[in-house]
Design a protein around this ligand. Structure first.
Ligand SMILES: [Zn+2]
Length: 197
């Protein structure tokens, strides 16, 4: 039954069911979102996905076979996503979208759970809060940038998700013991020394 002819299209009817969170379609199909890797029931109250990212499946097992993970909130097919996998899902999102504005609310929205529950679960499993994790990812990306680019500190801060430069400098110093400028200078010197040898 599930051969290639059965690839389901995102018809207007299905799209409406998704945007209206129409419960009567829950047993009819499920949808997956390519940008988040999560699959949901039509009735899921999560934020409406972008239309071009949506894929339609007959049931949750088909979506899982394609690498999607069931949503933590609406539990398609009654499948509970283990907390560990949920936290991995959240981390993957942060690792790729760290430079965008991120808050607990945004994460909860994208990763399908309440902010409170997301914060607690993340902290229990990752042993740091989502916000601390976001900062860690941003700082390590800033370190990479500082090593390789001669952009200004403000530009680098901005490009990794710190539009507020003084805040970026303070946080960087707290984490690494040196300011971004000091770190950049040291890296450049090390690079020059390396080239001399
Ligand atoms: Zn959902």
């Amino acid at each position: 039954m599930n051969n290639n002819q059965d690839i389901l299209q995102l018809t207007d009817e299905r799209w409406q069911a998704i945007t209206r969170n129409d419960k009567s379609y829950d047993e009819v199909f499920i949808y997956a979102v390519k940008s988040t890797g999560i699959c949901c029931r039509p009735s899921c109250k999560s934020r409406d996905p972008k239309k071009e990212n949506v894929r339609i499946f007959n049931d949750v097992n088909e979506a899982i076979a394609e690498g999607f993970r069931p949503c933590k909130r609406c539990k398609p097919g009654g499948i509970h996503l283990p907390d560990e996998e949920w936290v991995t899902q959240i981390k993957v999102y942060i690792n790729t979208d760290y430079y965008k504005p991120l808050s607990l609310e945004i994460l909860a929205d994208v990763c399908h759970g309440s902010p409170y529950h997301l914060h607690r679960t993340f902290k229990r499993i990752a042993r740091l809060t989502p916000v601390e994790y976001i900062q860690q990812v941003r700082i390590s990306n800033a370190m990479k940038e500082l090593k390789t680019s001669d952009k200004s500190i403000a530009e680098i801060g901005f490009s990794v998700g710190f539009p507020n430069t003084p805040y970026f400098i303070t946080l960087f110093k707290n984490r690494t013991g040196q300011t971004p400028k000091q770190y950049q200078k040291k890296q450049m010197e090390a690079k020059i020394d390396g080239e001399k040898q």
